[in-house]
Design a protein around this ligand. Structure first.
Ligand SMILES: Cc1ncc(COP(=O)(O)O)c(C=O)c1O
Length: 378
């Protein structure tokens, strides 16, 4: 096995999911708060578009950069949502935002370069960087900074070639303000550091404003996806907004790595962009779930919660209850039937004292969670 292959860490949450499946196989009910995805299907009109496309289209390969109509519609999205004119040529459709990671990292960075990112953070960033012989540089963040990188932390990080920012963040649901994002973008641009802004949770926001890095920097790379707000995880469609000079390299990489993004999914994504009413309904449910947990969990001992400004996660400090979050989550699942994700997935240095709770499910599941955990902790 190559050293690169060996360097890639597993997702520890998969162990939780396997243990939950074992419990369910013997007829026990598990409340799933470990999964980072909407509990809903693609919007109804988008499903109808899928049926129509199956009947009408050959669904062969399409251009590596994506269906022209979808790229145009995404460009319009930037005008309408953010008031930013992004030329359609700079928009590239990808196989989920995950498909955008290797394309962006390969096009922007050379092997051995150092890329800074917040800890806690989404684990695939560091794992994909490792697989591509890039060095992930942790910026240990704090609740006071809303778990987001600051220009001061960057000054301390030593020489870096890139910075990944995710707002709203997975696992904390915290955001950078538009002013902070602008400051980070300018800091990066002035130093020739490539900003990669993961905007996958845009649209799922409860407090504060989201800005796109595309508004502040012509050298930034924006990652986005149809997986979260658009409720289309399994369809595997996302997009990149690229600096002009990276479009052609990404096109060549994409042609060779993927040929093209699933054609049916691109038709469905295009239709999903017209389904805001249905999708905003999901966001209202997430908000109610968040409020329900913020009100109910403290009585269970989980009282050190980061209030999510967006996404569908609560990050809990459980340092007063355990110094082994993996064992704690396993026991919570075994004894209370509530599945959560240990913080070690997101923060290797400090995650033994934290866990992530996903509230993408139903209000009934959130109520059931509070009931079960109260009884468990009594
Ligand atoms: C912050 C963040 N970025 C990217 C992804 C990847 O999602 P997808 O490949 O479905 O777009 C996820 C998935 O959970 C995520 O949380």
């Amino acid at each position: 096995m190559s050293r690169r292959g060996a360097a890639v860490d597993p997702f520890i949450v998969m162990d939780v999911m396997a243990a939950a499946a074992e419990k369910e196989a013997v007829g026990e009910r598990v409340v799933h708060l470990e999964v980072g995805q909407p509990s809903t299907a693609a919007p109804r009109m988008a499903i109808a578009a899928a049926h129509a496309a199956l009947d009408a289209d050959r669904l062969g390969y399409v251009a590596a950069l994506g269906l022209p109509a979808l790229r145009e519609r995404i460009a319009r999205h930037y005008r309408e949502r953010y008031g930013v004119a992004v030329p359609v040529e700079r928009i590239v459709v990808t196989t989920g935002s995950s498909g955008g990671f290797p394309l962006a990292f390969l096009a922007a960075f050379d092997a051995g370069e150092r890329i800074a990112l917040a800890a806690p953070g989404y684990p695939a960033y560091r794992n994909v960087l490792a697989a591509l012989n890039l060095e992930a540089v942790d910026l240990p963040t704090t609740a006071e900074d809303r778990f987001q990188p600051t220009a001061e932390a960057l000054e301390r990080a030593g020489p870096i070639s890139g910075l990944i920012v995710a707002s709203p963040s997975n696992p904390t649901g915290t955001m950078v303000t538009p002013a902070e994002l602008k400051r980070l973008a300018e800091w990066c641009h002035a130093r020739g550091v490539r900003l990669v802004s993961d905007e996958i949770y845009h649209g799922i926001v409860y407090e504060g404003e989201t800005a796109t890095a595309a508004a502040f920097s012509s050298s930034a790379i924006v990652l986005n996806s149809f997986s979260k707000y658009f409720s289309m995880t399994g369809w595997r469609v996302g997009w990149l907004v690229l600096p002009e000079e990276l479009v052609r390299p990404v096109e060549r990489l994409s042609q060779n790595l993927f040929i093209s993004v699933p054609t049916l999914s691109q038709h469905v994504a295009l239709a999903a962009m017209e389904c805001r009413d249905e999708l905003d309904g999901h966001v209202r449910r997430y908000r109610a779930n968040r409020d329900l947990l913020m009100a109910g969990l403290p009585a269970t001992g989980l009282d050190r919660l980061t209030p999510a400004q967006g996404a569908f996660y609560l990050y809990a400090d459980v340092g007063h209850l355990t110094n082994d979050s993996r064992e704690f989550c396993a026991r919570m699942l075994r004894e209370a039937g509530v599945a959560t994700t240990p913080g070690v997935d997101f923060d290797r240095a400090r995650g033994a004292r934290t866990l992530r709770i996903s509230f993408a499910g139903s209000p009934e599941e959130m109520e059931e969670t509070v009931r079960r955990l109260r009884a468990w902790r009594r």
